[in-house]
Design a protein around this ligand. Structure first.
Ligand SMILES: [Fe+2]
Ligand SMILES: [Fe+2]
Length: 215
């Protein structure tokens, strides 16, 4: 009879736990789009190159773990239902990125960061807090984060060896998607964050990138 779904706090908690496990357990993210790497030829990479690229892809993978957590945290505390839906939709799209990065890391003979649960927890808290302040802050946070991700992706695209077409194809598609996410968040009413806030966010990102490159 009821056409609208109402979730109790316990339901919501279980849904959150499910989302966290789907993000953190190996091979559990189901992409809706095939990886752009599939149609690219495999390249001959020496061990040092493969290790470096795996480090870069590990950073990007953890970035996607953070994106999942951020969106889940925001969706939990978003006030307007349409904002909540937009967050959940964006989180679905990031699952593609998450799965593509993981596939590439494994192809390169490496594994995702062991620090992922820690970064998931931190990002979830930040997302939930932003959502509690206001939907505009929450959406602004998405826009600022995506801007930063695009900068990282540009840097990584420059660092990739010319011959690694597979990783390049993944990062280029991600870059296009993240740019769109930033645009959508601002169009939905997201605040444009001032430079000092963005600077603080970039310092936090530095901690993440320098640790997950290695482990
Ligand atoms: Fe992403
Ligand atoms: Fe994104």
């Amino acid at each position: 009879m009821a056409s609208e779904r109402h979730f109790s706090p316990v339901d919501r908690l279980l849904l959150q736990a499910d989302a966290a496990l789907r993000t953190l357990l190996p091979f559990s993210g189901q992409p809706t789009r095939p990886s752009p790497a599939i149609v690219q030829p495999e390249s001959e990479l020496d061990e040092q190159q493969a290790q470096h690229i795996a480090g870069l892809m590990r950073i990007n993978h953890t970035g996607e773990v953070c994106a999942q957590a951020l969106y889940q945290g925001q969706a939990l505390t978003a006030k307007l239902p349409q904002v909540r839906q937009a967050m959940e939709h964006a989180a679905d799209e990031e699952i593609d990125h998450l799965a593509w990065c993981e596939q590439r890391i494994r192809q390169l003979g490496s594994q995702p960061s062991i620090l992922n649960p820690l970064f998931y927890g931190l990002s979830f808290g930040v997302g939930a807090a932003a959502g509690l302040i206001s939907d505009r802050v929450s959406l602004g946070f998405v826009a600022a984060t995506e801007d930063q991700v695009v900068k990282h992706l540009d840097d990584h695209l420059q660092q990739l060896p010319e011959e690694d077409q597979k990783s390049r194809a993944i990062l280029e598609q991600m870059r296009a998607d993240e740019e769109q996410h930033a645009c959508n968040a601002l169009e939905a009413g997201g605040l444009r964050f001032p430079a000092p806030v963005k600077f603080g966010m970039s310092l936090l990102a530095k901690v993440m990138t320098s640790t997950t490159y290695r482990v």
